[in-house]
Design a protein around this ligand. Sequence first.
Ligand SMILES: Nc1ncnc2c1ncn2[C@@H]1O[C@H](COP(=O)(O)OP(=O)(O)O)[C@@H](O)[C@H]1O
Ligand SMILES: [Mg+2]
Length: 134
Amino acid sequence: MFVNRQKELRLLEEEYLNSNFRFTIVYGRRRVGKTTLLKEYISAKPYIYFLVTLEALPTVIERFQNLVADFLEDEFLREIKFKSFEQIFSYLVKQNLSKKVVVVIDEFQYLGKLDMSIRQEKPTKISKIVLRNL
Ligand SMILES: Nc1ncnc2c1ncn2[C@@H]1O[C@H](COP(=O)(O)OP(=O)(O)O)[C@@H](O)[C@H]1O
Ligand SMILES: [Mg+2]
């Protein structure tokens, strides 16, 4: 059962309703409920949920690429060789999507270790949501 995160869910919904691209970081200690919150948030929306693991970068990129290909139902995408996450994101934003999609990157901190292009990204606006213990 999902409990007690109404405020955080509301903040995420506000992000979703914004008409611009949003980059939102959810912070909090281990086991505080970040993954649970995010899964609740995306449950009734178009989403791509990606869990970063400490595998080799090409493996992680390929896994993300295949998730995006599943979402877009784009078989051609599987055949492209990407060098970075940034390239996959560029591909995704160039699509003429009819619906807003939420891309969740869980354990995002691993990505900065694997893919330097992520750290160079400077989104215009970053929102932060900090989770405290329930
Ligand atoms: N809002 C919630 N309601 C009920 N159980 C929760 C809630 N948030 C987290 N939990 C439980 O707490 C544990 C840790 O949550 P998790 O989302 O994995 O934390 P995190 O991703 O921050 O490490 C899980 O067993 C999860 O089911
Ligand atoms: Mg988690």
